[in-house]
Design a binder for this molecule. Sequence first.
Ligand SMILES: *[C@@H]1O[C@H](CO)[C@@H](O)[C@H](O)[C@H]1NC(C)=O
Ligand SMILES: *[C@@H]1O[C@H](CO)[C@@H](O)[C@H](O)[C@H]1NC(C)=O
Ligand SMILES: *[C@@H]1O[C@H](CO)[C@@H](O)[C@H](O)[C@H]1NC(C)=O
Ligand SMILES: *[C@@H]1O[C@H](CO)[C@@H](O)[C@H](O)[C@H]1NC(C)=O
Ligand SMILES: *[C@@H]1O[C@H](CO)[C@@H](O)[C@H](O)[C@H]1NC(C)=O
Ligand SMILES: *[C@@H]1O[C@H](CO)[C@@H](O)[C@H](O)[C@H]1NC(C)=O
Ligand SMILES: *[C@@H]1O[C@H](CO)[C@@H](O)[C@H](O)[C@H]1NC(C)=O
Ligand SMILES: *[C@@H]1O[C@H](CO)[C@@H](O)[C@H](O)[C@H]1NC(C)=O
Ligand SMILES: *[C@@H]1O[C@H](CO)[C@@H](O)[C@H](O)[C@H]1NC(C)=O
Ligand SMILES: *[C@@H]1O[C@H](CO)[C@@H](O)[C@H](O)[C@H]1NC(C)=O
Ligand SMILES: *[C@@H]1O[C@H](CO)[C@@H](O)[C@H](O)[C@H]1NC(C)=O
Ligand SMILES: *[C@@H]1O[C@H](CO)[C@@H](O)[C@H](O)[C@H]1NC(C)=O
Length: 704
Amino acid sequence: MAATLAIASSALSTLYRIVVYLFLEVAPISRAKYVIPVLYLGYLLTSYLGTPAFSEILTLKQEVVTVEQEKSETNGNVVTDVSVQETTAVIPVVEPPTLRSALSTIIFSVPSPVRALRRANLLINTLLLLAVAEFVFFPYFDSATDVVYTRVGAIYPDAAKVVVRYPAANATENLVRLVWRQADGKNQSEVPWREGPIANLTAERDWVQTVNLRGLWPNTPYEYRFEDLNNTLLPYPSAPIRFHTAPDPRLHSGSHFRFIASSCMTPNFPYLPLQGRRIKGLDLLADYLWPSESQSAAASLPTVIAQNVSSALSSLASKATASGNSTSAENATAPIMPPTNVTHEVAADQSVPPTEFMVFMGDFIYADVPIYFGDDAEAYRRLYRRNYNSPSFRKVYERLPIIHTYDDHEIINNYAGLGNTSLPPYPNATNAFELYNAEANYDPIDEGQYYFDFRYGDAAFFVMDTRRYRSDIFSDEPTSHTMLGDKQLAALYNWLGKVNNTAVFKFVVSSVPFTALWTYEALEDTWAAFPYEKSALLSAFQSVPNVIVLSGDRHEFAAIEFAAGDNGHNVLEISTSPMSMFYVPFIRTLKPRSEEVVNRTREEVVKTEDGKEEVVKVVEEVPREKVVKYIAEGNYKWSTLEVDTRDYDHPVVRVEIMIDGKPAYNLEVLGKPVKLQSTTALGSLMPQFKGVLDKIGLKPSRWF
Ligand SMILES: *[C@@H]1O[C@H](CO)[C@@H](O)[C@H](O)[C@H]1NC(C)=O
Ligand SMILES: *[C@@H]1O[C@H](CO)[C@@H](O)[C@H](O)[C@H]1NC(C)=O
Ligand SMILES: *[C@@H]1O[C@H](CO)[C@@H](O)[C@H](O)[C@H]1NC(C)=O
Ligand SMILES: *[C@@H]1O[C@H](CO)[C@@H](O)[C@H](O)[C@H]1NC(C)=O
Ligand SMILES: *[C@@H]1O[C@H](CO)[C@@H](O)[C@H](O)[C@H]1NC(C)=O
Ligand SMILES: *[C@@H]1O[C@H](CO)[C@@H](O)[C@H](O)[C@H]1NC(C)=O
Ligand SMILES: *[C@@H]1O[C@H](CO)[C@@H](O)[C@H](O)[C@H]1NC(C)=O
Ligand SMILES: *[C@@H]1O[C@H](CO)[C@@H](O)[C@H](O)[C@H]1NC(C)=O
Ligand SMILES: *[C@@H]1O[C@H](CO)[C@@H](O)[C@H](O)[C@H]1NC(C)=O
Ligand SMILES: *[C@@H]1O[C@H](CO)[C@@H](O)[C@H](O)[C@H]1NC(C)=O
Ligand SMILES: *[C@@H]1O[C@H](CO)[C@@H](O)[C@H](O)[C@H]1NC(C)=O
Ligand SMILES: *[C@@H]1O[C@H](CO)[C@@H](O)[C@H](O)[C@H]1NC(C)=O
């Protein structure tokens, strides 16, 4: 009986260790949090009850050794000699374990007569349990309530959104003023600070606020910091935060910039002990974006290179001086200095343009992995604070503007909102998302929505909300299922029409993959579950040149080509994730191509019977969706997209896939030339009239 228990103990211990390893290093499957304590208790119980067995097992193996032992015992003052002949047979002499048996005991928990080894096993298994507890409950114990941070979100040609969190002790509100100035690399100390907007930080809003800094110049570097209302500089940030504005979209001189796209992150996964604030993928991203930093601080000074746009700007500058104070929402303390030279920070290597922003495509937090703390406003907020408290993330968000969409794990796994914002846990989940991530996004197309569009140079972006309007795919008519909802669909179609001839590349951002090639659970959570809406959208995408879909969610990388018929344009999807999270080893879930095909006409030269050459049209069937490249492995993935439209006839997007900090794949997307039409007359008068436009309710996002 006891021997059986000892074997059970060994088996349970080994199973326990495997599950813990999978949970902490491979994938933090939620169910493991129940399995692990059960296995641990099972191990404890069986090893405790099975202990006597060790000596039994041993006595069978041991020769009976008779030891003559004479002991003197002091009993008061009487000294008695005790002889222990024969009886020692049941107390076997334990031979020191061989290295091999010790190792097998430690590794496989093989029953051992050596108490120290059994204790070592107990210690190992208990430490593993503590590791699991640390991983699961870290956000609870490190709730980051006093994290102070700032970051830049949306950047317009003439404005920027800045988030600040600055909690105050023993108060219910804290007023913090942003001060700012141009930062074009001249004698910076001579440039006066200007008073910007005041952030009214309240405990109710978790001390976080987004302010709008307006009246800026296109493509110009700025810096900002914070003061209290008495103009005392606040300790954070210790050095001014820099950013630069988006280029003037009216200068059709072509774009050349990079941006990052990725999604999905959880701090300290794969787990390391006592590293709860680390997000390794973001450490890698920071090293990638600013490599000089890690090598030598001196080499990190960016070279300032004049852009070739001064002539275009001279007219603009004279107009803007006149309208400077009317467009600025703040009280200017210094005259606006029209830039005589628009400068632009670029990396020393001119062939690599600067990285302007990151598009984070959701699963910024995992509200329900490995544990769901419940539908509680604080539980959601805590997870956002935790990320902003991460030194890894701080390196990135203090220097790189980030725009966000959400996905299911900001709410709960595979969430479908049914278009009803009062269904729990949506209200609490989106309250936190809004405060921390969404408010700094570009202005929404429709009031109160999380979908939005924006432009950067001659590239246009539409960021979808794939959760709020998503219908229940298990009920109703399949044809009525919607991912986006009517209003958002209308906005998307409208945007497609608008950018058709006014932007070169069009990026459609969907948190979940547009392709239906991912199988298993993806069939319910991605666009695969909404075939009707998807098919209609795809036709619309294919009527527009140069559409690229960006997505995340699957914790894998894939590039998918959607073939068009004869009159359409191919669409490319690039799905990249996770930024810093698990990937599933061994199991591959992406089909190489779709069964659905499209007919394409190809011209072929054939020889006729009389030897002449003749061109005939051949109709061939090609799969509608086809994998161009698939890389599943890697805990840390992002895509860098370099948009280069400087050569009008050959616009190109160069995609670099970075996995675990190393380049894994490069893709060149050759675009079609797009003859850009001027945007609206109103837009072309910006920024002169932008104050007026604001007043009559036209949002900056509607200018172009
Ligand atoms: C806040 O209040 C607590 C107790 O009421 C006090 O101990 C602490 O010093 C106060 N902190 C500040 C910054 O005033
Ligand atoms: C920068 O400005 C400061 C203050 O006006 C001045 O002391 C310093 O000499 C200037 N430096 C340069 C390089 O012009
Ligand atoms: C700050 O916000 C709170 C809550 O919205 C409000 O009661 C308070 O008056 C505001 N303070 C200022 C100075 O605007
Ligand atoms: C500003 O200064 C006054 C007087 O020195 C002080 O009473 C007040 O609390 C200060 N306000 C802030 C926001 O620091
Ligand atoms: C810069 O300006 C020069 C002279 O005006 C012009 O020849 C050149 O093509 C411009 N370069 C770019 C990249 O616009
Ligand atoms: C702009 O500033 C000038 C000088 O301070 C002032 O005369 C003018 O009225 C201001 N314009 C507006 C629209 O505020
Ligand atoms: C800014 O100017 C407006 C009107 O000129 C004035 O009412 C307001 O108090 C000023 N704000 C600050 C912070 O000086
Ligand atoms: C503009 O920048 C260029 C290059 O840095 C410099 O040579 C030129 O003097 C600058 N012009 C002005 C007016 O500052
Ligand atoms: C949201 O969070 C609050 C505060 O934690 C809680 O009282 C409430 O029940 C939660 N759910 C909803 C739907 O508001
Ligand atoms: C949203 O859901 C709540 C709770 O189920 C329900 O009372 C409400 O009528 C719904 N609202 C809409 C617009 O469907
Ligand atoms: C884009 O423009 C082309 C022709 O210029 C047109 O056929 C197509 O329908 C347009 N697509 C959309 C979505 O407006
Ligand atoms: C492709 O063409 C074949 C014959 O030419 C036709 O039978 C088939 O329906 C077409 N398929 C599609 C998807 O249009």
